[in-house]
Design a protein around this ligand. Structure first.
Ligand SMILES: Nc1nc2c(c(=O)[nH]1)N[C@H]1C(S)=C(S)[C@@H](COP(=O)(O)O)O[C@H]1N2
Ligand SMILES: [Mo]
Length: 329
């Protein structure tokens, strides 16, 4: 199997779901083309894709230290008594396939994203559809900090203080119509920025832009957080600036980054991972230790900071809050 360079043996990447025929190791390809250099992906991408694409953060600290503070009060109802994952660990261990399939390259490559100004669209079955600047949208919505567990389907986990607001506040503002059944979220689409969105070359079958979805009941749930910050400041780009979703009881891929559109619909939306491999990545994707992924167990997870192996909790520890969403009458 190729592409194991950065992988610890306990990591089981989502990308292995990609059909073998379209899965090509990037470094291997660059090497074959004679483009891999000691400079790593920054240099390699620059050489292979043109000089403007060589630009990217050169220093991890610069990507998250000194970002504007948010000063939002921590909500005591969501203050876990768990050690936080140190920011410098979370900031260099990212899944953001618009930029790279390598977790430790994302912080460099996401630097090219321009996140201000940021146009945001609200569409579909709402009383007040709108296209507006994200800053205007955020006016008048109070922000709060919440410490949440985060669990990727690859069986790694972390604990992060996010800053944001529950999605139901925005939905109440725009007025959800009575025929609404789902919410669909979409990430930006711009292959000049998200250099893996080209759809041509190696990954033609990936359904860009990245999309995700929730039932309207899930979208209205108190835990569902539209997130604009982490660790007390605005979101670093690698975590999905300027605004992403966090649904802490679901596998991480539901927590879509750098969202440009929210659409209320009456049909279950197609989603990125569910389209690639529906048998592996269900629409609901609730964390459940008793439902193994077809290719690995979900009974345990590994904390990315402490490296401790711990039992997976039903709904990632949020069963009390979300359990009733999934009870059949
Ligand atoms: N647009 C977009 N959102 C995304 C992804 C992605 O590739 N693109 N990856 C998802 C996955 S698989 C995970 S585990 C989390 C990772 O979030 P983090 O890098 O902030 O820890 O983002 C999710 N949101
Ligand atoms: Mo993930």
């Amino acid at each position: 199997m190729a592409n194991l360079r950065h992988r610890k043996n306990w990591e089981l990447p989502e990308r292995l779901a990609t059909p073998e025929s379209v899965f090509v190791n990037r470094r291997q390809v660059l090497k074959t083309l004679g483009l891999a250099t000691a400079g790593g992906i920054g240099a390699a991408a620059g050489l292979s894709l043109g000089p403007s694409r060589a630009r990217g953060a050169a220093n991890l600290d610069q990507t998250f230290k000194g970002l504007p503070a948010l000063n939002a009060p921590r909500n005591p109802a969501f203050d876990l008594k768990l050690p936080l994952t140190p920011e410098q660990i979370a900031a260099q261990y990212n899944n953001f396939y618009e930029f790279s399939t390598e977790k430790d390259d994302v912080w460099m490559l996401a630097d090219r994203m321009v996140t201000k100004p940021w146009k945001f669209e609200i569409a579909g079955l709402v009383d007040k559809p709108a296209v507006m600047d994200l800053d205007d949208l955020l006016k008048g919505i109070p922000l709060e900090e919440r410490v949440y567990r985060f669990r990727c389907v690859e069986a790694w986990s972390m604990v992060v203080p996010w800053t944001g607001f529950p999605m139901h506040k925005l939905l109440a503002r725009v007025g959800v119509r009575s025929d609404a059944k789902f919410v669909k979220l979409t990430t930006f689409m711009n292959p000049e920025v998200g250099i893996r969105q080209t759809g041509g070359l190696f990954f033609a079958q990936e359904p860009w832009p990245y999309t995700e979805g929730l039932t309207i009941e899930e979208a209205m749930h108190e835990l569902t957080l539209l997130t604009v910050g982490s660790y007390g400041h605005i979101l670093p780009k690698q975590h999905g600036a300027p605004m992403r979703l966090i649904t802490p009881w679901k596998y991480g891929y539901k927590s879509i980054k750098s969202v440009v559109k929210l659409e209320v619909t009456d049909k279950q939306p197609a989603t990125f991972w569910n389209t690639i491999a529906p048998q592996e990545y269900g629409f609901f994707s609730n964390v459940n230790p008793n439902v193994p992924h077809p290719r690995w167990s979900q009974a345990y997870e590994r904390n990315i900071a402490t490296r401790e192996r711990q039992p997976t909790l039903l709904y990632n520890g949020y069963a009390e809050q979300v359990g009733q969403l999934y009870k059949r009458a």
